[in-house]
Design a protein around this ligand. Sequence first.
Ligand SMILES: Cc1ncc(C[n+]2csc(CCOP(=O)(O)OP(=O)(O)O)c2C)c(N)n1
Length: 302
Amino acid sequence: MATSLPAPGTSLRPHLLRPDSTNCPGCAMSLGLQWLDEALGEATPTLVIPACCAAVTPGAFPASAYGVPAIETTFASSAAVATGIARVRQQNGETDPTICWAGDGGTYDIGMATLSAAAERNEDILYICYDNEIYGNTGGQRSGATPRGARTSTTPRGKVESKKDIMAIMAAHRVPYAATLSLAHRDDFLRKIRLALGMHGFRFLLMLSPCPAGWKTDPAESVELVRLAVACGLFPVYEVFDGETYRINARPDGAPLDDYLRRQGRFRTVAPALDDLRAQVERDWKRLDELARVFPAPQTAG
Ligand SMILES: Cc1ncc(C[n+]2csc(CCOP(=O)(O)OP(=O)(O)O)c2C)c(N)n1
């Protein structure tokens, strides 16, 4: 069921992300928070943040770079804590959203049990994973989201396993809405957040979030890297409704995968992974295209 949202840019509340955050230059998570802020309009969310870089973002107590209520949870419990908050809000007749803002470690790996449980119960939570494909806050260890071939502090010769398909996992929970967010596709990004905010039940958004420190990239290139990840097909931009119907929002344009990889120190010297990644892109797109063809989202969805 849709609820009405205020017009964008009309908010009188403090910005969600204020100056003096501790985020690194070029941290894509900063831009994600700013766009989330813009999409929220007048609404004041409660952010629920597990252990991750975003838990450090606000700086030292009693100051905070977050201009909205933010609760920091243990690594594994953000979706459970958000459940409690969302339920109390519902009982109090409050309509402001409860938003989990979590890294990939807290989503793909250690928070998976509470995430799965909240999704299965269809709790009224918007869960956004900023996926920097490592445990960034503690020195860049590999996570379940790290792509095959990437060097991390715990995979110095390149990760052997492939990235987990978290979107497929969330779709399998048949949540009302799951979508990927590209920081190189601003209109699509804002539309999806507003769409998710207007829905009830469990909504899951996955944002690719370049991390210059961990990826060994130029901080100025973070948005360009997302553009390339989409253009070469490695990061598909799409939506899944009720775990059943699919809509592709941006297609690869034939950009070479090498162009994306060679700009990143984490992929340097791991050339053997290139063919595997290329084959994976092909496989993933074949599957996604088939799903979108056989189970297309109706025009009226979203
Ligand atoms: C149970 C537990 N294990 C380990 C840690 C240490 N720790 C804090 S943040 C973090 C990394 C989080 O990685 P991710 O969720 O990907 O977010 P990012 O740091 O990349 O933003 C780790 C390992 C912890 N706080 N709790």
